[in-house]
Design a protein around this ligand. Structure first.
Ligand SMILES: Nc1ncnc2c1ncn2[C@@H]1O[C@H](COP(=O)(O)OP(=O)(O)O)[C@@H](O)[C@H]1O
Ligand SMILES: [Mg+2]
Length: 421
């Protein structure tokens, strides 16, 4: 029997993913989807009762069912997909075997050799996303990490101001989007203090309305920037561009304040980001072309529509429908859900207890309705020295008198996120 309490959250997620792949059934779904009550009383009932015999049996039966040799009559892309599925199945079986031998799942280094992308989002303007992104950049660059901040608030770009620049740099993101420069790296500017910057220019007509292809080219080039960390400062809405930038990151941070509209919008942002992620799985731009399928697409669309009064829609219902229609697609969708674990920061906090309550409520609702975990990684106080500053020129925030507590809070969050040691 497994003892889930021995493992970290990240390790549990790896074990859950492996279970979904090995079982591909309702049973596996229960490793992902647990109700709030179960989580409180018995955190992972499926894992706690799992035996190695069951794992072996499920593995063998799925190898038999999905071995590409048995599907030679299918479309080439399906055969290819089954071959990849088999690889995943073998890796998952190996991982579960290791765990049942009492060892920890191996660390997988996913960021080696490329920058780590951190998105700062959360619907609603004016809650401090840009201040947070700019200062996270300053903290990381002051510790010697090569850090770049990208202004992706296409309609409201202003992060250059928080980084101490009094005007929009000559070359910006827009030059890349309009193909005036070939690579995004050509838009990097280096302010006197702090991180590298790729600024935006929302004064240009149409800057906020970019076509899908431009967005994809932008995301592709962001991943190629030569830096340890790339921080994306997002706009305050749930339009597809903003959601796609958020989803392109390795780490997604959602900001809110204690204002009710702000935390309701933070939840809406998280929910729509997950819906967007799932809706892209089986559609025309699916990352798994062999699974792009009108029936599955419709199932996800139906499953992520607003609920009607009689039928609140949950992720459980959606997974059950996918498992029924095409079991081999189940691990794809459960992987997406398990890999989606946004981090929450509460900004402009004036009451610690209220902040803990807001974080706990968001976490509980997200767990129940979306089957995801929201990680509350820290709180930033309401700082008069930020609120009352009239200009950031020549004095980036971290260097200002009175900024010590703010710096401590930012560093603590960076530590909790595992960005610094
Ligand atoms: N921790 C804080 N304490 C006090 N004021 C803050 C704090 N964070 C942000 N602000 C204020 O909120 C305003 C909006 O911040 P900004 O980062 O531009 O928001 P957003 O990017 O979410 O639109 C800023 O003018 C700043 O003065
Ligand atoms: Mg902003």
């Amino acid at each position: 029997m497994l003892q889930p309490e021995r493992y970290s959250q990240a390790e549990i997620r790896k074990i859950q993913r492996a279970c979904c792949r090995v079982f591909m059934s309702e049973k596996a779904m229960r490793s992902v989807v647990v109700s709030e009550n179960q989580r409180k009383v018995l955190r992972y009932p499926f894992l706690e009762q799992l035996t190695y015999e069951e794992v072996k049996r499920a593995y063998r039966s799925n190898v038999m069912a999905y071995h590409p040799d048995r599907h030679q009559d299918k479309r080439p892309e399906d055969i290819d997909f089954f071959a990849r599925h088999l690889e995943g199945l073998n890796d998952s079986y190996e991982l579960l075997t290791t765990v049942f031998k009492g060892k920890r799942p191996e660390e997988t280094a996913t960021h080696q050799g490329r920058s780590r992308i951190i998105a700062v989002g959360g619907a609603k303007g004016g809650i401090g996303k840009s201040i947070f992104a700019a200062n996270l950049g300053m903290q990381l660059s002051s510790l010697g990490f090569r850090t770049a901040v990208v202004d992706l608030d296409l309609g409201g770009s202003n992060i250059h101001i928080y980084l101490g620049l009094n005007q929009i740099p000559e070359t910006t993101l827009n030059d890349f989007m309009n193909r005036r420069i070939a690579s995004l790296a050509g838009a990097v500017v280096r302010p006197a203090h702090g991180p590298m910057l790729i600024a935006g220019n929302n004064g240009e007509l149409g800057a906020a309305n970019i076509p899908f292809q431009t967005k994809m080219r932008l995301i592709d080039n962001i991943a190629k920037l030569d830096a340890d960390y790339v921080i994306l400062d997002l706009g305050g809405s749930t339009d597809f561009n903003t959601l796609d930038f958020f989803l392109a990151a390795d780490l997604g941070i959602v900001l809110t304040t204690l204002d009710q509209p702000a935390y309701l919008e933070a939840y809406a942002f998280i929910k729509t980001a997950l819906q967007r992620k799932l809706n892209r799985l089986f559609g025309a731009d699916s990352p798994f072309p062999a699974r792009s399928n009108a029936v599955l697409k419709q199932i996800v669309q139906d499953g992520t529509r607003p609920p009607d009064n009689d039928h609140p829609r949950t992720i459980q219902d959606l997974l059950a429908a996918v498992a029924h229609e095409d079991p081999v697609s189940l691990p794809l969708i459960t992987d997406e859900i398990l890999n989606f674990s946004p981090c929450l920061v509460i900004n402009r906090c004036f009451d610690r207890q209220a902040a803990l309550k807001v974080a706990a409520t968001l976490r509980s609702v997200a767990c129940q309705r979306l089957s995801i975990d929201i990680n509350h990684v820290g709180t930033i106080s309401k700082h008069p020295f930020i609120e009352h500053s009239t200009s950031y020129l020549h004095h980036p925030l971290v260097l200002r008198p009175g900024a010590e507590r703010f710096n401590d809070e930012m560093r603590s969050i960076a530590g909790t996120l595992g960005l610094i040691r």
